[in-house]
Design a protein around this ligand. Structure first.
Ligand SMILES: Cc1ncc(COP(=O)(O)O)c(C=O)c1O
Length: 419
């Protein structure tokens, strides 16, 4: 007899966590590992904003230690509305804002609020965790393989065949794992598709919603621009659930403050689900985040500095990959656009190691570069892409400045040993 539910028994573990176990083992054995696998920050390199830290401590001392309101502290909901109007040009007021303990509970409650078992969710792969959220609520996933020539983003044409059956389309821009973004034109086309479909349904069927995860939106580099559906198509306001929070853009993954912005009826149901789970953000962190978001100068200085440090690392490794490519090695990388990720390509399948082992699969390639170069990166198949995809996510959240050249040199040595 099973001790846990069918759902729990069949929930698959994260590939990244599996890989993390192997890396830990190698480090414990004394190996030098360039661990670029985790989508988190080393707080010694990327601390949270000083003002946020000060305000968190202050808020605890001021006694903000009891239950927060179920939809979040009013002060924070208002601050999020102002922040979203200012940086994303979103026409929102606090009524549309729901606060929770990071982005994850918000994503879960979007799924739990909108989907009945068997309902269809369409999302691109590679992408982060949509398959697991589908599993949690019993929804039917439709994976769309996003292509490098489309910047790894889904296109309207790739979504269209599933549009009449979909209940939710889940997208993310800037995207984890690729660090790429939607173009204005493609996002407009996707919005138009959703609006046309909702017109067709005209109240006779459940509406089609778009979950738009923009948790990396302030981390765009150079000429890259972040677009959002509601600014491009105001009618999308009735169908869009924004996922956002402080985890990534303020390097505050452990502080646990996230939010959703969306239509009133959906937000109101999400609030009930969240309050039964109790997945609120701690009250003191909410107060502190509100005070921080209201301090424009501190916020902008922090973002500017964070972007500079992240881009230095992404550019450094990208340039290193381009150098290796120009030396004739079968590797590549996509010029950094956003987030803390670099998309790299390792076309090493079929190569033979010095020990005579043929690298026959993407798994074997991953293992080889971990063993021979000490380079730990996450293959795109861990994000639902094809098992044999030659693409990988390289995260710089824990990357020291020294590691940039060190990792490239170490990779070069390992590549030279292949024939
Ligand atoms: C795209 C995306 N959304 C949401 C999250 C989760 O954010 P949080 O830590 O606030 O739950 C992550 C974390 O890696 C992410 O990459």
């Amino acid at each position: 007899m099973k001790e846990v539910s069918q759902m729990a028994a069949t929930l698959i573990g994260s590939e990244i966590i599996k890989l993390a176990g192997e890396i830990k083992q190698k480090i414990a054995e004394g190996n030098k590992i360039y661990n670029f696998t985790i989508g988190d920050f080393d707080s010694a390199i990327f601390p949270i904003p000083e003002l946020l830290e000060t305000e968190i401590i202050k808020a605890y001392r001021e006694g903000y230690t009891t239950y927060p309101p179920a939809d979040g502290e009013m002060e924070l909901r208002k601050a999020v509305a102002v922040f979203s109007r200012k940086y994303y040009d979103l026409p929102v007021t606090y009524e549309s804002v729901l606060i929770g303990g990071g982005a994850r509970p918000m994503i879960y409650s979007v799924y739990a609020t909108l989907l009945d078992p068997g309902d269809t969710v369409v999302f691109p792969v590679p992408s982060w965790n949509n398959n697991h959220y589908c599993h949690l609520v019993g929804a039917k996933p439709v994976f769309i393989e996003a292509l490098p020539e489309d910047n790894f983003m889904p296109t309207a044409a790739s979504i269209e065949p599933y549009i009449t059956q979909a209940r939710l389309i889940a997208v993310c821009s800037p995207l984890n794992p690729t660090g790429t973004v939607f173009s204005r034109e493609e996002l407009e086309k996707i919005c138009d598709l959703i609006l046309a479909e909702n017109k067709r349904r005209a109240g006779k069927e459940k509406p089609l919603y778009l979950m738009y995860d923009q948790i990396y939106a302030l981390l765009t580099f150079k000429e890259t621009v972040h677009y959002n559906p509601v600014t491009l198509r105001p009618e999308m306001k009735d169908y869009t659930l924004f996922i956002d929070g402080i985890s990534k853009c303020f390097a505050a993954t452990g502080v646990r403050v996230g939010w959703t912005i969306g239509p009133d009826a959906v937000i109101s149901s999400m609030k009930s689900i969240l309050s039964h789970i109790g997945a609120w953000a701690p009250k003191a962190e909410q107060i502190a985040t509100a005070r921080f978001l209201n301090e424009e100068a501190a916020l902008e200085t922090y973002i500017e500095n964070l972007k500079k440090k992240v881009l230095f690392r992404l550019d450094g490794i990208h340039n290193g990959f381009q150098q290796l490519r120009s030396e004739g090695f079968p590797v590549d990388s996509i010029s950094p656009q956003a987030a803390i990720y670099l998309t790299i390509k390792l076309e090493l399948k079929g190569k033979i190691t010095q020990e005579g082992e043929v690298l026959e699969t993407a798994r074997a390639v991953t293992a080889y570069i971990l063993d021979a170069a000490g380079l730990a990166v996450v293959p795109f198949y861990a994000f639902g892409a094809d098992e044999e995809s030659p693409w990988y996510r390289l995260s710089v959240g824990t990357c020291t400045e020294d590691a940039i050249q060190g990792a490239i040199d170490s990779l070069r040595t390992a590549l030279k040993r292949l024939r």
